[in-house]
Design a protein around this ligand. Structure first.
Ligand code: ADP
Length: 490
């Protein structure tokens, strides 16, 4: 049946508001809500870390403790339940509670036994479905922490009627973390039958690779990044495996939470505005210049950056680019934290251009929003960018992006020069300071043509980056996963 509502279990190691380390938490905290809003029975499952307080989130125990087959025998685990979201599309949330592996830990990751911890999570998630007497059509597993689930379902679950019909989708959010561990993990997880993959080093298991190898379908967070990871340059050692599974691999760009990121309602910006009231936006630029003690000049282009200070974010291009940019009539504000070498180089350049540049070496949500709302341009010269949120937030706030055309940046920003009349930003391809300067130079030219600039800002603001479009694509993937699995999905 084409429009049959689906039952989907969404598995993730982190989800806003319960626990957040990075972008995965944003996705896991928003995408299930958007899928639920389309009428599907999606439920979220994650570990209950020590930082997740039952009172704060109104969590309640479900049923009796149940045994999970890990270690030499079985581990007892509790299930506690809560909800995600406030509106009528509330998502049921199940948290796996085990003192030894999760509730006694004050962080999500970074322990020596992470491999065991997430093996417990995966096997507990599968066992919990029986306790709940709820059989999903699809399990949507995310990143290496959940790679064990499609692996078990494919290698073992096919002989057990309850699990046989469950299709799987595995989403790669961050290929840099693969969950590589010794093969003894298979004994611990009571899964000795898992076959060694050719890309695995002898004696090791790579849970990201196993998830990719065993899921019915695999996707990542933009179409361009899905193509890039097939190359040895960007495949992080998994490109040959990904090429083998090319027919099952696709990209779905992430959304942003439109309630959280809305210049018309954002309480953190001094002057709220929308696409029809861009004159009000100028007051935010003035306020930002005042707050950061830059000369208050509405005619001078203000370029902003909010970023981790890391090589993948293109920080190695910045010194020559800034030396050039700040020789012009331009202002530059960067907000970020990261490697000390970049803290030093940015401060050094600020010292050379004290009236044109401001560096803020901290994490500051409010200042970030004021930059999105007040800067004219947003610079994102990333080396690698699976999806990227910054450019989407910037566009929503009428801040025109200047980005390197890689991964999700290539999929979400249309170059002004190439697509005159349709462009939403300025892009460059080569990962060089010259290419970055060229894109900025083109942006600065258009900036001084007031009408053309305003229309570009309005085009940026009119694009739909909400989760609803991407949620529909995920539902299509779920149905396709069911077809591939041999269960009805179309
Ligand atoms: P990544 O996940 O690789 O860091 P993204 O562009 O996908 O990059 O997401 C970065 C998010 O973190 C954006 O929402 C950005 O506004 C925010 N952010 C990054 N650095 C800071 C900072 N120093 N202060 C406030 N917000 C920040």
């Amino acid at each position: 049946m084409a429009n049959k509502p689906l039952k989907v279990l969404f598995l993730a190691a982190e989800a806003v508001p319960f626990a957040k380390v990075g972008g995965l938490a944003d996705v896991a905290g928003s995408l299930p809500k958007a899928i639920r809003a389309l009428g599907h029975d999606v439920r979220l499952m994650m570990p209950r870390y020590g930082t997740i307080r039952s009172k704060q989130f109104h969590l309640e125990k479900i049923g009796d403790p149940f045994p999970v087959p890990v270690g030499p025998g079985k581990e007892q685990v509790h299930l506690i339940g809560g909800t995600l979201g406030e509106s009528d599309a509330k998502v049921p949330v199940y948290l796996i509670w085990n003192d030894q592996y999760f509730s006694s830990r004050d962080r999500v990751y970074g322990f020596e036994d992470d491999a065991q911890r997430f093996a417990v999570f995966g096997r507990a998630a599968l066992a919990a479905l029986r306790l709940l007497k709820w059989k999903p059509d699809v399990i949507h597993a995310n990143d290496w922490h959940t790679g064990i689930v499609p692996t078990w379902l494919n290698a073992n679950g096919q002989t057990i009627p309850f699990y046989r019909d469950i299709a799987t989708l595995f989403t790669i959010h961050n290929l840099a973390y693969q969950g590589i561990t010794g093969r003894l993990i298979l004994t611990f997880a009571q899964m000795e039958y898992v076959e060694h993959l050719s890309i695995e080093q002898p004696g090791t298991v790579n849970w990201m690779a196993q998830g990719i190898a065993h899921a019915d379908l695999v996707n990542t967070v933009s179409a361009q990044y899905a193509r890039e990871i097939l190359t040895p340059d960007m495949g992080m050692g998994l490109d040959s495996l990904l090429r083998e599974r090319k027919d099952r691999l696709s990209g779905v760009v992430n959304g942003i939470d439109y309630e959280q990121w809305d210049p018309a309602t954002d309480p953190n910006i001094p002057h709220r505005f929308d696409a029809d009231g861009l004159d009000r936006r100028i007051a935010n630029k003035t306020a930002l210049q005042q707050q950061t003690r830059l000369p208050v000049r509405s005619d001078v282009p203000l370029i902003g950056m909010v970023t981790r200070l890391d090589p993948v974010k293109g920080m190695d291009l910045m010194e020559p680019v800034l030396e050039w940019l700040l020789e012009q009539e331009a202002q530059f504000i960067v907000l970020g934290t990261g490697l000390p070498q970049y803290h030093e180089s940015l401060e050094r350049i600020q010292g050379r251009f004290p009236n044109r540049m401001r560096v803020f070496l901290k994490f500051d949500e409010v200042l970030a929003r004021r930059i999105y709302a007040g800067a004219d341009m947003f610079l994102m010269p990333s080396g690698v960018e699976p999806c990227g949120l910054g450019q989407m937030i910037a566009m929503r706030y009428g801040c025109v992006p200047v980005v390197r055309a890689t991964g999700g940046l290539a999929d979400t920003v249309t170059d002004y020069t190439a697509k005159r009349g349709r462009g939403t930003g300025f892009t460059f391809v080569d990962f060089t300071p010259e290419a970055c300067k060229d894109a900025l130079a083109r942006a600065l030219k258009v900036y001084h043509r007031k009408q053309a600039w305003r229309r570009t800002q309005q085009r940026c603001m009119s694009i739909d980056f909400s989760w609803s479009a991407s949620a529909k694509q995920y539902v299509k993937l779920y149905r396709r996963a069911m077809t591939v699995h041999g269960t009805q999905g179309t």
